[in-house]
Write a protein that binds this ligand. Structure first.
Ligand code: SAH
Ligand code: SF4
Length: 381
């Protein structure tokens, strides 16, 4: 368990928040920019290293503030260059962060919660239950740690991390404020300067929060679809009983509509052998998405112990892709990376503590799933 020091952690503060902090201690707002650069460009956690900040202010900061990322428990590098960090957050749980280098890009897959309350049937994170929301410092701290590991001290222009996807452990829209703050720092030039197109939030479909997100930020959006009809989707994603497909897709269309013409929704579709990988599913999906500006990313299921699902054959995956391509969609297949260090999608398990200490939200979601009747036949397509 990380001990609390009673000091204000500056790591997770956005520029306006940091300006407010400096004002609150009787200092000038421009200090925020100086300090952000030290933290995020140079990876500094020691106020004494901030050479353009006078000694008196450094001492004042040392007395009331800190720059504290999550504790790194391990760092592994796969044969294919994929890196995985296990970090311990304040609740005592561990979460995982993965870096995937591919075709000149470096994508960092960041976690938003320790565990996940939504319990999707094919996801190992969901199987662990929910333990805690990550603070904004713990979310951006994953980027901070990864960035430092590439020796970007001082920062290089050609950073190793070119893209960030909120596709690690947890449902980012259920840790809304902290995730939004962290994404703002990712995009801020005083933070990591990553363009809005290259920061992607993936959601299992928390429809009302997609509309909230649109009010706050313009990052790219990915929807975990996984089934082309409500009946099957509710079996795989219990949340679908609360926010069925039509509602979720409408919210996604509104979100994408606000971003401008050239931006599209990413549809993620995990292929489960004999469950959602049949040609009729692809055909149904082509119809369902007809009026959604999107590209499709197929993810062959990544197995984990006692999952109860299998990965489809390569032929089945290709057949599924072809049907969608023939219907005019841009369809990619996500290749599995970092297999040897268990870093692939859905294999992120961290070490989520004390599954009985579930939040009220967790209980509410579970109750909802239990109470909701299966989708009525009339809604089945
Ligand atoms: N909670 C968010 C983001 C994290 S999951 C969401 O569900 O979108 C990131 C992606 O990995 C999601 O599309 C998820 O459905 C997928 N995934 C989860 N378990 C998987 C597994 N075992 N194999 C392949 N993909 C998986
Ligand atoms: Fe949670 Fe996403 Fe896993 Fe579902 S797929 S349990 S929403 S992390």
């Amino acid at each position: 368990m990380t001990e609390s020091t009673g000091k204000v952690n500056l790591l997770g503060m956005t520029q306006p928040q940091l300006e407010q902090f400096f004002e609150s201690i009787g200092e000038k707002r421009f200090r925020a920019g100086q300090v952000m650069k030290w933290i995020h460009h140079f990876g500094v956690d020691d106020f004494d290293a901030m050479t353009n900040v006078g000694k008196a202010l450094r001492d004042k900061l040392k007395a009331c503030a800190e720059i504290r990322g999550p504790e790194v428990v391990s760092e592994n590098i796969s044969k294919d260059g994929t890196r995985k960090w296990v970090v311990r957050v304040a609740s005592g749980s561990c979460v995982e962060t993965v870096f995937i280098p591919q075709n000149g890009r470096g994508t960092l897959c960041v976690s938003s919660q320790a565990g996940c309350a939504l319990d999707c049937s094919f996801c190992s994170t969901g199987k662990q239950g929910f333990n805690s929301d990550l603070t904004s410092a713990e979310v951006i701290g994953q980027v901070w740690i990864a960035n430092k590991s590439f020796g970007t001290v001082p920062a290089k222009i050609d950073r190793a991390i070119t893209n960030v996807v909120m596709m690690g452990m947890g449902e980012p829209l259920l840790n809304f404020e902290n995730v939004v703050s962290a994404m703002e720092i990712m995009m801020d030039d005083l933070g990591y300067g990553i363009s809005k197109r290259k920061v992607t939030l993936s959601t299992s479909g928390v429809a009302p929060m997609i509309d909230e997100l649109a009010e706050r930020i313009d990052v790219s959006l990915a929807l975990s679809l996984h089934a082309p009809n409500d009946e099957l989707r509710s079996q795989l994603i219990p949340l679908n009983r609360k926010y069925p497909l039509a509602m979720v897709l409408d919210a996604c269309k509104r979100y994408i509509g606000r971003l401008g013409k050239e931006r599209v929704l990413t549809i993620e579709y995990t292929l489960l052998k004999g469950v959602n990988d049949q040609p009729e599913h692809a055909t149904q999906m082509a119809e369902l998405l007809a009026d959604v500006p999107c590209k499709i990313n197929l993810i062959p299921f990544n197995p984990f112990p006692h999952a109860g699902y299998e990965r489809p054959s390569n032929n089945a995956v290709r057949r599924f892709q072809e049907i969608l391509q023939q219907a005019g969609y841009n369809v990619t297949i996500r290749t599995t990376r970092g297999d040897d260090i268990d870093a692939a999608c859905g294999q992120l398990v961290g070490n989520v503590l004390d599954r009985t200490r579930r939040s009220e939200r967790y209980i509410a979601v579970r109750q909802l799933a239990a109470e909701s009747a299966p989708a009525p036949a009339a809604n089945r397509s």
